[in-house]
Write a protein that binds this ligand. Structure first.
Ligand SMILES: Nc1ncnc2c1ncn2[C@@H]1O[C@H](COP(=O)(O)OP(=O)(O)OP(=O)(O)O)[C@@H](O)[C@H]1O
Ligand SMILES: N[C@@H](Cc1ccc(O)cc1)C(=O)O
Length: 604
């Protein structure tokens, strides 16, 4: 046995990794051969068959050959200009998910930096400037949404029998992580110096916005170059050679290809130069536009978005929307939004054709999309609800998210997963900020009590979105970094407020709260209470109810008596009626009578 293999530690790991890499390359070559022999399929053909390809930046034959022979990476980016992704965004993400299932490297990108500038493509008016807190909120929500999608893609991988290979990989990145430290000098030196104004000025977006719109800022003008630099970053660091986008992204993708070639050629250090053969060239394509029944693009601007966030479009409504798709659309939607092989879709459509009113194809579509967006358990639940509704011929009662305390509780004590995570957005009164971190955790529902809050903090189990390290400062705008919370002084948490109004906390991996601080007056007027709110404890509330009941009977009770009775009743917790708060139990009517019967009106 060689020295390296005998010794423990890094050298041994290194050899093991090398061996895996070698095996993976061999497997890839074998598959490339199998594709050539017609025994395996080229993913590019699958993209074509499913209707994913609208415009191609590059030669389709070369791309196909590249995909056969090389394990390239692919990415799709979304700017967090809204608090949620929508169905339109999911379309360009689907080919990237397919890439992952087929063993390529797949990246979804959140444009924490680009969202600040706003993609001017196809617009006459600039996007509104977003505040730090709005960006932080959107990034947090979309980050966890993408995580959830990736979790469910993983489940789909098993469902459809895709093998895990050692080298398949998926990444979720935020372009702010490189833009925050990139120097203007680097961008100018490697890219700006070579880009000519003529072609940039002749782009439709630039001409239209300058001539018919509200003009164009330098940053907006540079936007396609920023997107191009993102791609370069991932091209050079992760081997991302392909970009996928919505149909409006063609111009940005072409500019990106030119940018990569320019930056690549501007490398002066011989040992850092990247090869420039067709096998190394960046390539990309756009997917068709997803439109609504009236042919309008689905999106934020048109106000017709079907959101992937269940508090914005409930899982029930998403299912309902998909089940209502007309017969002539459903086959294409199955190709776009499910991982069902096309022969299975064809078979399903034949079955559907035998009894169209049964909508088997639409139900399958709805189930599959929900499984991808919200997980198999929610998909099964919603399918059941809808079947029940149709069989009864009436509308089932659907819970609409209201921000009720129960929505912040983890599902029946089970571990919090991306698919059952409680809702993130909540409000709390500003006075909460002067409480201890343990109490704040309790107030947000991240801890069941203050003492549990203490325990969580002692074990470093909760985090606040903040600058990395111990700097005790609020989040770097555009980033999402976490700092473990400690048993800090009561005022400390205040230092992490973003724009003085938003606090972002997390417990465990997926249990997140984005808390908007409102004035105490506004909170009081809302009539809401939070766990541990002073004056709203169980005993105090029970005393208030008992006092009211007694007064209605013309009886006045001392505080001491009220306290004793409240304690007694709460301890008994027999026959109960839930009032307002599911945590607080009150005596039922019979009980009340008994209680009041026992009472001696004061002075008698
Ligand atoms: N309806 C759609 N069909 C296909 N792709 C879409 C659709 N909507 C958005 N996309 C794609 O998703 C990505 C992100 O889009 P973007 O952030 O511009 O969202 P949007 O909802 O279209 O915004 P807006 O409506 O404000 O223009 C882009 O690649 C875009 O082309
Ligand atoms: N410009 C894209 C989003 C995006 C941002 C950065 C990227 O690197 C890629 C894509 C859009 O508006 O849809």
């Amino acid at each position: 046995m060689s020295q390296a293999l005998q010794s423990k530690g890094p050298a041994w790991i290194h050899l093991k990794t090398l061996k895996k890499r070698e095996d993976a390359a061999k497997q890839w070559d074998e598959r490339a051969e199998a594709i050539l022999r017609g025994e395996a399929r080229n993913l590019w053909d699958i993209f074509e068959e499913r209707g994913f390809i609208k415009d191609v930046a590059g030669r389709p034959e070369s791309i196909k050959e590249l995909m056969r022979t090389k394990r390239i990476g692919a990415y799709v980016g979304v700017d967090p200009t809204a608090p949620s992704l929508h169905l339109g965004h999911l379309l360009p993400m689907m080919p990237v998910f397919w890439m992952y299932l087929h063993g390529y490297r797949a990246v979804t990108l959140i444009g924490g930096a680009t969202a600040r500038i706003g993609d001017p493509t196809g617009r006459l008016q600039s996007r509104e400037t977003m505040s730090n807190s709005e960006i932080a909120t959107n990034i947090t929500r979309i980050h966890y949404q993408m995580k959830k999608l990736w979790t469910n893609v993983e489940a789909e991988k098993h469902k459809y029998g895709y093998q895990r290979t050692w080298d398949m990989s998926r990444h979720l990145v935020n372009n702010n992580t490189w833009w925050q430290s990139l120097s203007l000098y680097d961008v100018m030196k490697r890219l700006g110096r070579y880009v000519r104004m003529g072609p940039m000025l002749s782009r439709d977006t630039v001409k239209n916005k300058m001539e018919k719109g509200d003009g164009m800022s330098v940053a907006e003008f540079m936007y396609p170059l920023m997107q191009g630099w993102d791609w370069w970053h991932m091209y050079s660091k992760l081997g991302v050679q392909m970009q996928v986008g919505g149909s409006d992204q063609y111009g940005n993708i072409v500019t990106g290809i030119e940018s990569i070639k320019t930056i690549r050629a501007s490398e002066t250090a011989e040992h850092l130069k990247i090869a420039e053969t067709w096998k190394d060239d960046p390539i990309g394509f756009t997917v068709p536009l997803l439109t609504d029944g009236a042919g309008t693009k689905f999106g934020k601007t048109a106000g017709n978005a079907i959101w992937l966030d269940p508090t914005m479009t409930s899982a029930f409504s998403l299912y309902g929307y998909l089940v209502r798709r007309p017969d002539d659309e459903v086959e294409q939607l199955l190709k776009y939004f499910t991982f069902m092989p096309v022969p299975d879709i064809t078979k399903l459509m034949e079955e559907h054709g035998q009894d169209p009113p049964k909508r088997v194809a639409q139900h399958k579509l709805a189930f599959e999309v929900l499984a991808l967006v919200h997980g198999a358990e929610v998909a099964t639940r919603e399918q059941h609800q809808h079947r029940l509704m149709y069989s009864k011929g009436g509308a089932a009662a659907v819970p609409v998210p209201t921000g009720d305390p129960s929505e912040y509780q983890a599902a029946d004590g089970r571990p919090v997963t991306p698919n059952n995570a409680p809702r993130m957005d909540m409000q709390l009164p500003r006075s909460v900020l002067s409480m201890s971190p343990a109490k704040i955790l309790h107030a947000t529902g991240l801890a069941a009590s203050t003492s549990e809050g203490h325990r969580i903090l002692a074990q470093s189990g909760a985090y606040v979105a903040a600058r990395p390290g111990d700097s005790m400062r609020e989040l770097i705008p555009g980033n999402l970094d976490w700092t473990p919370m400690k048993l800090w002084q009561p005022q400390a948490v205040q230092t992490f407020l973003i724009d003085g109004r938003v606090l972002i906390l997390r417990k465990g991996k997926h249990n997140v709260r984005i808390i908007e601080m409102v004035s105490d007056e506004e909170w009081k007027a809302s009539g809401k209470t939070y766990p541990g709110e002073p004056g709203t404890g169980k005993t105090r509330q029970a005393m208030a109810v008992l006092r009211e009941l007694a007064e209605a009977e013309g009886k006045t009770l001392s505080q001491k008596e009220l306290y004793r009775l409240a304690q007694e009743k709460l301890a008994a917790e027999e026959e109960t009626t839930v009032v307002n708060n599911p945590d607080i139990r009150f005596p039922n009517k019979l009980e009340r009578m008994k209680v009041l019967g026992e009472l001696k009106p004061k002075g008698k």
